[in-house]
Design a protein around this ligand. Structure first.
Ligand SMILES: [Zn+2]
Length: 453
């Protein structure tokens, strides 16, 4: 038995033929992950459900009912977290008028995103990472703005997770900027998120990653499966904003499975599972579920790497339903049906990924795979990041077989600006690159495209 194991290991090493890195989790990040509280998440979900409805066109004058009271409560709570964290986190409404559109919005309305921004400490590091949930809710009839619509999983769960990240991180300092956002109008056409994505684009922000947490609370699916260990992560393959030239290159050498969104998803899986080992991040290689959309889509449309997280087994009896019992089946998105410990674990996965990114140096630049001339070796070249290069301790080269869905090898190559993989065919593999600091925080992954300079 033992001998077999050794042989298998030797075979693996022989095949790998280069060293894999051993990654030690950073105790600082682990401590923050530990600070996420299921009780705090539960309190937020129950409070949000208690506003009766959070329909986008519901009451805004009451202090106890409707979307107005809900967003003011979210804002006050985030302001309290900001104050407890020393006042660096900025909390504000991002408000805008929205005209009746003859579809799901039948009168003019003022929409208010609630945005908590934790500014980066490095003025030269312009990376912004956004995590978002939608605070509006609905019942069966999308136009009904008065009936009880607790929206506990859709999407008080995501809203509560975002708020919990803000609570834990408000007092921390990272080189890059983090934005904790909750938005309205998702059910009416991704309105709040679309406004923010347009704004980010028009202001020229470097949104290096965006995650929407939407329906992350139910762990019992309509298929009878109970799973509180898996989170699905949706990412699109070919970017909407791909140019003709990029498309030509992609058809020639592959890369349809290597969009920035997909690299972001692989990153969140690796780092999320590193710090929340009970959880499995299940990559889904499509933009969203059938007949559904989410707040990541407007960000994708503006060329940002944007992904969606959703519970593992759909419970359609819970989503977008009047709260009722029919033929012995309980319908409705009520707080008692969501799993608060699970939402906290989803928050932990996100916290690990976002903090690791915000601490990491930016990725290298002008990176590519040397494609001039034929060779049995693979030569990768790059330049250090324009900002934060002083924090770079070195680089990871990532390698995988062309048919593998995830990176298979991660090689630390030192603080260099080129690396040759001897005898490794560029025809048979895909390559990625990350910068990494001395504490092991990796940047986002660059997919290595051919360069001919
Ligand atoms: Zn939703």
């Amino acid at each position: 038995m033992k001998r077999l194991y050794v042989l298998a290991l030797l075979a693996f090493l022989a095949e790998a033929s280069f060293a894999q890195v051993i990654i030690h989790p950073d105790p600082y990040v682990a401590g923050l992950v530990e600070a996420v509280s299921a009780d705090s998440v539960e309190a937020s979900v129950r409070r949000l459900a208690a506003f009766g409805t959070r329909h986008t066109l519901s009451e805004t004058d009451s202090e106890t009912e409707g979307i107005g009271a809900a967003r003011r409560w979210i804002r006050r709570t985030l302001e309290r977290y900001a104050e407890a964290g020393g006042g660096r986190m900025e909390v504000a409404f991002d408000e805008f008028p929205y005209r009746a559109d003859g579809r799901r919005i039948d009168r003019d309305v003022v929409m208010k995103n609630v945005v908590a921004r934790l500014p980066g400490t490095d003025p030269n590091d312009d990376r912004v990472f956004i995590v978002s949930g939608h605070y509006d809710s609905r019942v069966s009839d999308i136009r009904n703005a008065t009936d009880y619509a607790p929206g506990a999983s859709d999407d008080a769960s995501g809203t509560a997770a975002v708020m919990e990240l803000a609570r834990v991180l408000a007092g921390e300092r990272f080189p890059a900027t983090l934005i904790f956002m909750t938005v309205p109008g998702e059910e009416q056409g991704l309105i709040g998120a679309r406004h923010f994505a347009e704004k980010a684009d028009s202001l020229g922000w470097n949104v290096a990653g965006m995650i929407t947490l939407d329906i992350v609370g139910n762990t019992l699916g309509d298929n009878g499966t109970k799973d509180n260990r898996t989170i699905r992560l949706f990412s699109e393959g070919v970017p909407v904003t791909e140019t003709e030239r990029d498309a030509g290159l992609r058809r020639a050498v592959g890369g349809e499975n290597d969009s920035p969104a997909r690299q972001f998803a692989r990153y969140l899986k690796e780092v999320g599972e590193r710090y929340a080992p009970l959880m499995r991040v299940k990559l889904i290689y499509r933009r969203d579920r059938f007949l559904r959309g989410g707040d990541h889509i407007p960000f994708s449309e503006h060329g940002f790497a944007a992904v969606r997280m959703t519970e593992p087994n759909e419970a359609f009896t819970r989503q977008h339903q009047d709260v009722r019992t029919e033929d012995g089946i309980a319908y409705g998105d009520v707080p008692d049906a969501v799993d608060f410990a699970y939402i906290a674990n989803v928050a932990r996965v996100n916290l690990a990924g976002l903090v690791n990114l915000a601490l990491a140096p930016p990725p290298p630049q002008k990176a590519g795979l040397w494609a001039r001339g034929l060779s049995v070796d693979t030569r990768l070249v790059w330049e250090p990041p324009a900002a934060g290069a002083d924090r770079v301790a070195g680089y990871y080269v990532l390698v995988r077989d062309t048919t593998s869905p995830v990176w298979e090898k991660k090689i630390f190559v030192g603080n260099v600006t080129e690396y040759t993989l001897k005898g490794v065919s560029k025809d048979d593999n895909f390559f990625g690159l990350q910068s990494v600091d001395a504490a092991g925080h990796e940047s986002r992954i660059l997919f290595m495209k051919p360069i001919f300079r």
